[in-house]
Write a protein that binds this ligand. Structure first.
Ligand code: ADP
Ligand code: MG
Length: 317
């Protein structure tokens, strides 16, 4: 099977019904895209390498799903509407069966969010997938990491720690409860769009809550108080001791939930969004003057995650 046959297969198997603004898609030297009138283009890219970002035996379906999911999560964190994707594939062999499964995983998510694959590159080499997602937003409306203000509520979507827990169980050869949280993260695209004009800052949690909250605080020049008992917990964390559970919630990666800061006078919107979108939203703390994170444990004392002495997912990137 030759490169061009593989590209034809990708084109056939990823085509979606809605293809907004595609003047020219796969097949020419470059795609030509019409950004919706009066909007700005929003672009994000992420690479997944075998062995680093996913285990060798990950199904192609899951890889196809996840390469799009992580990029849509970035667009969601900006409040953007996704439209298009470009896919750079490095493949050890041209295997149509592998590709069929990959494109099925990709399409399952592309369809939900109306994303059209408009181009890419296909080469031979170690398995590596690089995806660029393109979307749009009204000028100046993007959510950034730098807008948090003291007094803002700190809010997180969904649950925390489930993906990291599933990865640990998988690597220990145990039945991975909650593996869907690892394999099929749900990019919070609609939530991101709802937050536009209300939230002051937003980021998607890919490296763990503390790490990503740290990015927001640094960019915004603020600190935060985090109440550990308010952290939403993935079902698969039930039965773990306090510190093991907190460690997953605070430092586990790959959750792809949104973390945002909301002026307190918009608090009443949270149950409305939650109900409309079917997404759990938890207030987990507050933005403060100063810098860094103060974690408050359930008994009211300060909890220092650094001192807990846990191995922080040494196997996760
Ligand atoms: P060029 O050599 O001009 O870059 P290619 O032969 O690499 O063109 O690609 C031909 C067409 O197929 C282009 O439109 C390109 O965007 C598309 N394409 C190649 N690989 C992929 C892929 N993995 N996914 C989607 N489109 C692809
Ligand atoms: Mg060319």
């Amino acid at each position: 099977m030759k490169e061009f046959q593989l590209i034809r297969q990708i084109q056939r198997e990823t085509s979606v019904a809605t293809s907004c603004g595609v003047k020219l898609g796969i097949g020419d030297d470059a795609a030509v895209l019409e950004v919706p009138a009066g909007q700005h283009l929003v672009a994000a890219t992420d690479t997944l390498n075998v062995g680093t970002h996913f285990p060798e035996d990950t199904s192609p379906y899951d890889i196809g799903y996840k390469c799009l999911a992580v990029n849509l999560s970035d667009l969601a964190a900006m409040g953007a509407i996704p439209h298009w994707a470009l896919l750079s594939l490095s493949l050890p062999e041209a295997d149509p069966e592998w590709m069929q499964s990959f494109t099925a995983g990709f399409k399952s998510l592309a369809q939900v969010h109306g994303v059209t694959l408009v181009g890419g590159d296909t080469t031979s080499g170690p398995l590596s997938i690089s995806l660029t997602a393109l979307g749009s937003i009204e000028p100046g409306r993007q959510l950034t990491r730098s807008g948090a203000k003291p007094g803002d509520l700190l809010v997180v979507s969904g649950t925390l720690g489930g993906a990291a827990r599933a990865l640990d169980l998988l690597q220990a050869g145990e039945p991975a409860t909650g593996q869907d949280l690892l394999d099929r993260p749900q990019p919070r695209v609609k939530l991101g769009q709802a937050l536009v004009t209300y939230a002051n800052a937003c980021i998607d949690i890919s490296d763990g809550l503390l790490a990503d909250l740290g990015h927001v605080l640094k960019a915004s020049g603020c600190g935060a108080r985090l109440e550990i008992e308010k952290l939403p917990e993935a079902d698969s964390l039930a039965g773990l001791g306090d510190e093991a559970r907190w460690n997953y919630q605070l430092s586990g990666g790959d959750d792809y939930e949104l973390l945002f800061t909301l002026p307190p006078h918009h608090k009443a919107l949270l149950p409305t969004w939650s109900q409309q979108l079917g997404i759990k939203l938890s207030i987990i703390g507050e933005i403060e003057e100063g810098e860094g994170v103060r974690c408050i444990s359930p008994d009211g004392t300060i909890y220092d995650p650094q001192k807990a002495g846990f191995e922080h997912f040494s196997q996760t990137p």
